[in-house]
Design a binder for this molecule. Structure first.
Ligand SMILES: NC(=O)C1=CN([C@@H]2O[C@H](COP(=O)(O)OP(=O)(O)OC[C@H]3O[C@@H](n4cnc5c(N)ncnc54)[C@H](OP(=O)(O)O)[C@@H]3O)[C@@H](O)[C@H]2O)[C@@H](O)CC1
Ligand SMILES: Nc1ncnc2c1ncn2[C@@H]1O[C@H](COP(=O)(O)OP(=O)(O)O)[C@@H](O)[C@H]1O
Ligand SMILES: [K+]
Length: 522
């Protein structure tokens, strides 16, 4: 499990250590220098003659870069520090100069000089981005913004070292300067990093879209901080999911393993019912019951003869895949789908009206239009950004899809507050928010962005919730963890289905059993 803490928590953990005189910056800078040396060695035969450019801001982030630069200079690396602010860390600057580093001050310089320095930096072996860390407020300003813009442009043009692999390796200090440390937003220009060396604790912004794709490989360095209290964000790893997976024992039977009730699919979208039930069957549900139109039920049984069509007790529900969101929503086209959506919703509503016992539920697609004012945390809503926007707007938030995409954690959190449910926001990185705590999962290849993949996820998650139904209802925080685990299994199944190439949604469902077997270690 990777745990991430907000900037304020990191500062609070640093404070007593700094007061006690612990050399936190030395530790951070030394670890940074070691990482840059390792990266240089991986890229060229000799350190001597290697060129490293440090982009240095006014604060301690720049200080880290300067002290690390001094270590590199002492090892024979040609180090140039570019000061992008009218201030720089005094001790760091003196130490770098003493070690033989060069300093270029951009204060008071015009755009031409900034452009020339960017062109030079683009020919370095490594660029170290120490402009801003957790002290950043909003978008990069002034000279820092100009330099990062010019450098990003030069890198895109490919002005790299003639004898190197094309362009410099970019190492971000603590975080790529200018990203939102706590929320992963991109308020302005950011130099995309190949690696981020982060100190004391991973910051949520490194794991969250859209910033996560600008961070490269994240290397966390322990500088001795004791972060107690719950992390702001977590990311499950394979071992976490393997450990928690409910492996059936000798006393289990199909009912103890969990029955999933699926309310999905319409005459217009029968495939969604097949995909959802396939996801649930392939994830090892004890039984899958299908509840929906007769013709769709026939298609389901033809594809998955294990599925039982008809009423009965269930341990979790999956509601909504393949059910259009109904007459409350403006139809995309006047093709009658609008009407059918209304009828399907009414049928689904009728189906669920008979449910008396509290059971976890996955609420997807058209099912989102069925929600009451408040939901229990064991309801997991699984919208993509467009559906989340519709949900938020229906609850009074004046928000657009591009705003949801620019700040997914914020808006998933808002939807959690407004509904009380657990919210799983689908995307390249999946963000899950429960009543206490959030997860971000980046397990899926881009190939998974294909029609029906969400239906498979809904079924898979339904089976995982059914297996731990009573626990999920008792512990308000558990649904989020199970949802994050489902996103991990889903993403890994997509990779397994066809490593490095396209996948169809049904292929993903078919790859779930082997994925789970690998996770539980058998
Ligand atoms: N404490 C420690 O010992 C340790 C700290 N560590 C390191 O310190 C980092 C945090 O350092 P920090 O607090 O000094 O903040 P930092 O990120 O360098 O930036 C603040 C400066 O930037 C400026 N500025 C702000 N926003 C701006 C913008 N949008 N565009 C342009 N400028 C902007 C702001 O100026 P102001 O707005 O105040 O005028 C201020 O001068 C942390 O990430 C880690 O790397 C590690 O070494 C471990 C030990
Ligand atoms: N760029 C991407 N990279 C990886 N996975 C993605 C990406 N975009 C979407 N996904 C995943 O693909 C699935 C698509 O689901 P969804 O949008 O509901 O499709 P559908 O409704 O057609 O089933 C989700 O699990 C989502 O997280
Ligand atoms: K930085």
């Amino acid at each position: 499990m990777i745990s991430a803490w907000d900037a304020d928590d990191v500062r609070a953990a640093e404070a007593p250590l700094l007061e006690a005189g612990e050399p936190l910056m030395d530790r951070a800078a030394f670890a940074l220098a070691r990482q840059v040396l390792a990266d240089l060695r991986a890229r060229r035969r000799h350190l001597r003659g290697a060129r490293v450019v440090l982009l240095v801001g006014a604060g301690n982030n720049g200080g880290d870069a300067l002290f690390a630069g001094a270590v590199l200079a002492r090892r024979g690396v040609a180090v140039t520090a570019v000061l992008v602010s009218d201030r720089a860390h005094d001790g760091g600057l003196t130490t770098l100069r003493r070690a033989g580093g060069r300093v270029v001050d951009l204060a008071g310089e015009g755009p031409e000089r900034v452009g020339a320095v960017a062109a030079q930096a683009a020919r370095a072996d490594v660029v170290v981005d120490g402009v801003l860390g957790i002290g950043a407020r909003g978008a990069l300003r002034g000279r820092a913004a100009e330099l990062v813009d010019a450098l990003a442009e030069a890198l895109a043009r490919g002005d790299g070292p003639a004898d190197g692999p094309g362009r410099p390796w970019v190492v971000a200090v603590d975080l790529p300067s200018g990203i939102g440390a706590d929320d992963g937003t991109l308020p302005g220009p950011v130099l995309p990093a190949d690696r981020t060396v982060t100190f004391g604790a991973v910051k949520p912004g490194l794991l969250l879209p859209p910033a996560a794709s600008r961070c490269g490989e994240v290397t966390a360095v322990d500088i001795g901080l004791a972060l107690d209290g719950p992390p702001a964000l977590r990311r499950l790893e394979a071992a976490d999911v393997g450990r928690a997976w409910p492996v059936p024992g000798p006393a289990d039977h199909k009912y103890t393993r969990g029955v999933v009730g699926v309310v999905a699919g319409t005459a217009a979208y029968p495939g969604a019912a097949v995909l959802t039930t396939s996801g649930a069957v392939r994830a090892g549900a004890g039984m899958v019951r299908y509840r929906g139109p007769g013709a769709v039920g026939q298609a389901v049984v033809a594809a998955r003869p294990e599925v039982v069509v008809g009423p009965g007790r269930v341990q979790s529900w999956v509601v909504g895949p393949g059910i259009p969101s109904g007459p409350d929503q403006p139809p995309d086209a006047d093709d009658g789908q609008h009407e059918r959506g209304g009828a399907a919703l009414a049928a689904a509503r009728g189906e669920l009206a008979g449910v008396r016992e509290p059971a976890p539920a996955v609420v997807d697609a058209g099912g989102l239009a069925l929600l009451g004012d408040r939901c229990p945390p064991w309801f997991v809503l699984t919208p993509h950004a467009g559906e989340l926007t519709t949900l938020l707007r229906s609850r009074g938030e004046d928000v657009r899809r591009h705003e949801v995409e620019a700040a997914p954690l914020r808006w998933a959190r808002r939807a959690q507050e407004l509904t009380g449910a657990t919210v799983l926001l689908k995307g390249g990185v999946t963000v899950v928010v429960g009543p206490r705590g959030a997860f971000s999962q980046a397990d899926a290849p881009g190939w998974l962005a294909t029609a029906g993949a969400g239906d498979v996820l809904a079924g898979l998650l339904g089976a995982m919730l059914a297996a731990r139904s009573a626990e999920v209802v008792e512990q308000p925080t558990l649904a989020a963890e199970v949802a994050a685990a489902a996103a991990l299994v889903h993403g890994r199944a997509a990779r397994r289905a066809n490593p490095g190439g396209p996948v169809a949604a049904l292929d993903v469902a078919e790859a779930v059993p082997a994925t789970v077997a690998e996770l539980v270690g058998r």
